[in-house]
Design a protein around this ligand. Sequence first.
Ligand code: AMP
Length: 116
Amino acid sequence: MYNTTMTCIFCGIADGSIKSQLIYEDEDVVAFKDLNPQAPTHLLIIPRQHIARLDEADEQHALLLGKLLLTAKKLAKQFNLKDFRLVTNNGKGAGQSVDHLHFHLMAGRRFNWPAG
Ligand code: AMP
């Protein structure tokens, strides 16, 4: 059901068939450097399981969603990031270009609010 490697680039990164600059992996979560960084530090944190976007997640994913956030926290500590931005784009209108849930972990520059 979730084997969408042929069509999903992030599934390919998660299963190793597509190369990436891997930062972290465990049985549920993978993190790698963004190909087109928008900040000095720009990592993507994804579930191995294919979930297209946050609004496709539900109660059964509660633990997984928690792991994604805790991974962001751990990576922020590992990279010694004091201030960082963690964001997910849900849907094309919000800027989502890859249909596999991911959190952007960005740091190393000043961020504006509200986000553009
Ligand atoms: P979004 O626009 O929120 O869907 O974010 C998708 C992100 O994935 C963008 O920041 C892209 O630069 C990044 N991206 C796309 N393909 C790759 C890839 N093969 N490896 C690493 N990052 C990628």
